[in-house]
Design a protein around this ligand. Structure first.
Ligand code: MEV
Length: 325
């Protein structure tokens, strides 16, 4: 049995705009997905998950990963997945799955572990399941852990690699968080409503085609992300909070928020430095940057959300157990 785990993530700034090649910043969080992989006997005809045959319409990431890395006709495998990351909630559960399975299959093939390659395969799996529109934000953060900045130019020492998809290019960097940022809390508020990342990303594209003026909101998110990154470098948590608040307004304008998210964001702002939706939106989660995490969590709960004070910047994908039979 081979056991691999990968973390979820939350996006501090820049979601959706990042799909159009703009910068974004995300941190890994202490919710992990774990995948167990076992080789089946030579008599087995199918790759299996939780005792059932893997079919593409039910498990697209796993099905495509097997074809891409392992080979559909190679020895059959059995998978079991357990996860602390809520699905369709903006916290990177599908990226964690793509990253963990890519790492697992590459390890099983005895290939050299190269994190750039793992995140690249996972990005492709994500893009295939999002109709071709996906940034490498979620897959890079789950692979490397810590804090990841996607930028449109190389920014010196912390550059990891470049990634291109559909004429969009991102420069991926690891980013060291200032101690002041590590000292504040990120409180996650979950609306409990599921949002499909693929549908939300396609919805933004359609609205941009129908109403080209919305590009101003994408550009405003771009400018705010630059301000936020600067604030993080300076350890200026107040400015970062204000930037997050403004970022949320532009996400509302491009149509990816909803009443439930807005209610949690407003409630959290009573005690937080700033709050915004995180990830694709349409339900899912918001995050608040707070010096009073318990009060902020309580306010989120009173407004109808489920709250979680997370540890962030945790380790990326890792092999938990490599006893391969
Ligand atoms: C989803 O976590 C983030 C989006 O920006 C999509 C993407 O980056 O692929 C909405």
């Amino acid at each position: 049995m081979l056991k691999v785990s990968a973390p979820g993530k939350c996006i501090l700034l820049g979601e959706h705009a990042v799909v159009y090649g703009h910068p974004a910043l995300a941190v890994s969080i202490d919710m992990r997905l774990e995948i167990n992989i076992k080789k089946l006997s030579s008599k087995s005809e199918y790759h299996m998950i939780e005792g059932k045959e893997i079919k593409r319409n039910h498990h697209p990431h796993i099905f495509d990963a097997i074809n891409e890395i392992w080979g559909a006709d190679s020895q059959k495998l059995a998978f079991e997945i357990s996860s602390e990351i809520p699905t369709s909630a903006g916290l990177g559960s599908s990226a964690a799955l793509s990253v963990a399975i890519s790492m697992g299959l590459v390890t099983l093939k005895n290939e050299k572990i190269d994190l750039e390659k793992i995140s690249s395969i996972a990005h492709k799996l994500e893009a295939d399941s999002q109709g071709g529109l996906a940034s490498p934000m979620d897959s890079s953060t789950s692979t490397h852990g810590g804090c990841i900045l996607l930028a449109n130019e190389k920014l010196g020492k912390n550059w990891l690699y470049s990634r291109t998809l559909n004429n969009k290019k991102w420069e991926i960097h690891s980013f060291e968080l200032h101690q002041n940022i590590k000292d504040v809390a990120i409180v996650i508020g979950n609306t409990g409503i599921h949002g499909s990342t693929g549908d939300l990303v396609k919805g933004v594209k359609k609205r941009l085609e129908e109403n080209p003026k919305l590009i101003q909101d994408i550009e405003a998110i771009n400018a705010l992300t630059a301000l936020g990154v600067n604030a993080i470098e300076q350890g200026d948590v107040e400015t970062l909070g204000a930037v997050m608040n403004l970022n949320h307004t532009h996400l509302q304008n491009i149509g990816v928020s909803c009443k439930e998210l807005d209610d949690l964001v407003s409630a959290a702002r009573e005690t937080a430095l700033g709050a915004k939706l995180t990830g694709a939106g349409g339900g899912g989660c918001m995050i608040a940057l707070s010096k009073n995490p318990k009060q902020t969590a309580r306010d989120i709960e009173l407004a109808g959300g489920r709250s979680y004070i997370c540890k962030f910047g945790v380790e990326g994908v890792k092999i938990e157990d490599s006893m391969i039979d």
